[in-house]
Design a protein around this ligand. Structure first.
Ligand code: PHE
Length: 345
């Protein structure tokens, strides 16, 4: 009777195993038929009632039944594992013929692209590139440039003060003083591109942060013709051979005479359009002959040495070059804007 029971259990276990079609279900069958609490094991408790001989025989049958069920379940498990792996591979198959997600490489902001272009032009004329601090001493930003403490020109260049004598530089001109200090009375021919700051409105044409390229040349016999020729060459290289420049009298405390420099409008060739407000010219920089006081304060004898200096608005040049309509776009980090100026690799 008990023998029949064993065979019955084995038969059911084998048929259930045969029809199971996933690993979880198979695990459940394994638990049901082979764990200590299984029906098969519960038959063990009857062993005590049997004679020694019978007990041995019955025990062997039980073990054989267990081994059989276990073998069949194991075989089924192998089969299911293979099937499940094949199904997963089929589902996760990668179609290598599909185009990949596009990851765009980074690129330079047009602010830096234009600095590189401008720098190249001046390097070609024999200038060297200098650097200077953005957090600057009052001494360099104003005093050594002939703008004493009570000078009204300071009003036009209000800025962010860190302390009474430390501020965010309002122009790149303090690099003039640093360069002269470094040159120790010897000739100077440098440019310095960099960021500058002023208290200002933020609108399409103003920003509290903007860029300038400073230029300074000091040597014997330097005259305003050198300034004009340098800027003319720059304008033609930057905006095309047809461009012409115009010098208008202006005022800066650190240059005398001082000029404002306009370039014929690239949009209308100087005829007059909305971009140049009908004038045919667009203002791009300030410059002039280095003031004798500045030469003296920075260790040069104005009787022996003279020089010229200029400061070009970087965004101004980029705006003209690329036809950008809002200065804030340089700083907003909008990828749709930035990607247009990525240099092709
Ligand atoms: N630093 C002046 C400005 O920011 C420009 C300038 C530079 C003028 C050098 C003369 C010489 O307005």
């Amino acid at each position: 009777m008990e023998d029949n029971k064993i065979e019955e259990i084995v038969a059911i276990a084998l048929s259930e195993t045969e029809s199971s079609d996933n690993s979880d279900q198979l695990q459940e069958i394994r638990n049901r038929y082979l764990s200590k609490k299984s029906e098969l094991m519960s038959l063990m408790s009857n062993l005590g009632e049997l004679s020694i001989e019978k007990r041995k025989e019955f025990g062997q049958k039980l073990n054989a039944a267990k081994a059989k069920i276990s073998e069949v379940i194991n075989a089924k498990q192998e089969e299911l594992k293979k099937r499940e792996l094949a199904a997963r591979l089929a589902k996760e198959e990668i179609d290598i013929s599909l185009p990949s997600y596009q990851t765009l490489p980074g690129g330079k902001n047009p602010f830096h692209v234009i600095i590189d272009e401008m720098t190249d032009i001046f390097l070609g004329m024999g200038f060297e590139v200098e650097d200077g601090p953005e957090v600057e001493q009052d001494l360099y930003n104003f005093e050594l440039l002939n703008i004493p403490h009570d000078h009204p020109a300071r009003d036009m260049q209000d800025t962010f003060y860190i302390s009474d004598s430390l501020l965010l530089r309002t122009h790149t001109s303090p690099v003039q003083a640093h360069a002269m200090e470094k040159a120790q009375g010897k000739p100077v021919r440098i440019i310095c591109p960099g960021k500058t700051y002023r208290r200002d409105d933020d609108d399409a044409t103003h920003s509290h942060q903007f860029g300038q390229i400073e230029g300074l040349v000091i040597d014997k016999n330097i005259n305003i013709g050198h300034l004009k020729a340098t800027l003319e060459l720059f304008a033609k290289k930057m905006f095309g051979e047809k461009r012409e420049i115009r010098l208008r009298p202006s005022y800066f405390p650190f240059t005398e005479p001082s000029v404002e420099v306009d370039i014929t409008c690239a949009n209308c060739d100087g005829k007059g359009c909305s971009m140049c407000k009908g004038t045919g010219y667009i203002e791009v920089l300030g410059g002039g002959m280095v003031h004798p006081n500045v030469l003296k304060m920075n260790g040069y004898d104005p009787e022996e040495y003279s020089g010229f200096a200029f400061g070009i608005g970087i965004e101004r040049v980029a705006i003209l070059r690329y036809g950008i309509d809002d200065i804030r776009k340089f700083y907003q980090n909008d990828v749709r804007f930035l990607h247009q100026y990525r240099k092709k690799a």
